[in-house]
Write a protein that binds this ligand. Structure first.
Ligand code: E4P
Length: 214
């Protein structure tokens, strides 16, 4: 299972790299809005720092605008994946970008049928937003399970990238369902390592070590 970091923060990317827990990065306009550096310089740095795909999102709404933007975004780094919104115009853009051998990540996916359309258009990744679905009392992970099943039924090569992750259970369920990727906020990545019994056990071992004859 690949772990992408859901961030535009360089410090988080560097820390996750030190832990060996980063296979890629996803960004979006809201994540860039949290950073002080201008987005293009930052995007270049993120691409250099990340040992894998970096999703950068288009802003245009028409297929023509998205395709033109995508062709600019891929100049930022060799590992850029162009993030395209799940709209009919977006599908048109994905279809053309696939023909141009440009990798895409179809974002803002909330229903398995949207994922099916994205896969048919040739998307490299499809991003179901589980946290935002859960917030509306819909089961985000059920949607992921259905997408995984559909892609398996038809041998689609599109990878399921679980997005809008809020807590460790989302990561566990994504792994159990066989999603290829989860994009995870850095705070949640750190939470994955923690267990109170690990802390307690370590404390006991350290105390007992003091009693060992040396
Ligand atoms: C990643 O590609 C998505 O843009 C991100 O996971 C959305 O997460 P949010 O619901 O926390 O904004």
């Amino acid at each position: 299972m690949k772990f992408f970091l859901d961030t535009a923060n360089l410090d988080e990317i560097r820390q996750a790299k030190d832990y060996g827990l980063i296979d890629g990065v996803t960004t979006n306009p809201s994540l860039f809005a949290r950073e002080s550096e201008d987005w293009r310089t930052l995007a270049e740095k993120i691409c250099r720092e990340t040992p894998g795909p970096v999703s950068l999102e288009v802003i245009g709404q028409s297929a023509g605008e998205m395709i033109a933007e995508a062709n600019e975004l891929v100049k930022i780094g060799p590992n850029v994946v162009v993030k395209i919104p799940m709209t009919l115009e977006g599908l048109k853009a994905v279809n053309e970008l696939t023909a141009q051998a440009i990798d895409t990540n179809v974002t803002l996916v909330f229903h398995p049928l949207q994922a099916l359309l994205a896969a048919k258009a040739g998307a490299t990744f499809v991003s179901p937003f589980v946290g935002r679905l859960d917030a509306l009392a819909q089961d985000g992970m059920e949607v992921v399970g259905q997408i995984v099943a559909i892609f398996k039924n038809y041998d689609f090569r599109t990878q399921v990238l679980v997005a809008s992750v809020r807590h460790p259970m989302h990561v566990l369920e994504a792994a159990l369902l066989g999603a290829e990727v989860a994009t995870i906020p850095f705070a949640v990545v750190k939470e994955l390592s923690r267990h109170p019994l690990t802390d307690k056990g370590l404390e006991i071992f350290m105390k007992d070590w003091e009693k060992v004859k040396k």
